[in-house]
Design a protein around this ligand. Sequence first.
Ligand code: KIV
Ligand code: ZN
Length: 539
Amino acid sequence: MTDQTSTPEGHDPAGRVRIFDTTLRDGEQSPGISLSTPEKAEIATQLARLGVDVIEAGFPITSPGDFESVQAIARQVEGPVICGLARTSAQDIDAAWNAIRESERPRIHTFISTSDIHIRHQLRTTYEDVKGQARAAVAHARGYTDDVEFSPMDATRADVEFTAEVVQIAIDEGATTINVPDTVGYTMPAEYAAMFGELYRLVPDLRGVTLSVHCHNDLGLAVANSLAGVEAGARQVECAVNGIGERAGNASLEEVVMLLRTRAASLGLDTGITTQEIARTSRLVSRLTGYVVQPNKAVVGRNAFAHESGIHQDGVLKERTTYEIMDATTIGLERNDIVLGKHSGRHALRKALEELGFAVEGPALNTAFKRFKELADKKKHVTALDLEALVSDEMRQSPAAYVLESFEVEASSERAPLARVRVSLPGDRVVEGSFTGDGPVDAFFSAINAATGHEARLKEYHVSAVTGGRDALGEVTVLLELEGALASGQGVSTDILEASGRAYLRALAGALADASPAVQAERHLADAEVEAVVETPTP
Ligand code: KIV
Ligand code: ZN
């Protein structure tokens, strides 16, 4: 049962706001993101280290892959509540339960729309049926666990009285958290707060459950709306790292957390987040999803603590708080504490990795050491950020990967660049290819297509430096399309071309996995089963 009740009047000075992270569910629904089970488990482990209260690990009915990753997280990740999403059908709820049941703290999150638009055009059903489905779903979920969350989807465009009726039913059936989503990012802070006031009036029992906000960012108001909901009494915020999620994304976790912390004196609220883990979590999610963080992004953008104007620089040098409302160390942005050099040995590397939270042993340590030595030969000081990038790069090397064995790129201002590559495929087969292109990167990617026999199309290409300096590691992110499947990949190296090749091959392997007939058939089957029960696509 919930141990946190919300209060509509005033704020509990010791108010604790729960952070419900949906990076792996709503966040993973962003186009081009396709995380493998180990990658999702890695993110979930980091979310636990960050101290989130709830991890929404996925939507188990949607595909066997989603089921498997939610189950893996439920088995491996300790600390937070592990939540699985389900529509109101018994099949959805059974799948969610089967995926999360081995967690120490399982939660089922079930939802159905209460807006007229959705009920008429999407569900094509009646208001009475929606009430019946909500009742049956919560009751069914409560048969499995006493931690059940219910969401009236698209609530901010719905008739509040009807939403209140459905919410009352969900509470009567035993829902312990009521989440009020702004599904399409339509509401405004004052309107959202007023809606909470109205819900409290119409459903006094809301005082006995945790009230939650879930805001999308279509009009750039997700965090502002979440704050309005919290000020109106909500004590759970649903959000995603780097603000990823459907369309314009969800409320950004780091912004919500740092807002509550920075303005704690006014709000009287805080979270249980270990803020020093924020920057690292943001980097990990960005690397694994391929979603680059915009430089001016609040809290975690690379310019969030940079001062360009002379007046600002002068002020900060004299006293940091003249132009900074947060301290970079509070979110773990400054990791200059670990520095290794070319004479550092295996033991020093292992210790540094341990301090960074990576338990690397045996062959993985040998590989990490080899890459560290290669880097230390080129770069005077290897920092924590370098190590983190290298180890994450290695950890993403799956056994079924396409590996860049060697490459050669000839580029000059006189003729079209020519690239030659050797790539090893799963099963130890090595293929070769060569191609010319408009530029060296274009030639390189075309040569990989020629070698592997795939016509992948590059959609996006980003390169950034892991640290400052001319000898910095380069990190490349690639988004490509293959037979309608979008996939991203990342690569890290001091050589930008090598990083590009690694990133491209990872994206290619991801797109192939997504486009494979087996995966398509599985998805089709799962979708058909779900559609037979409820005519609702994924939220
Ligand atoms: O945006 C939404 O309404 C959702 C629900 C499933 C909570 O993601
Ligand atoms: Zn959502």
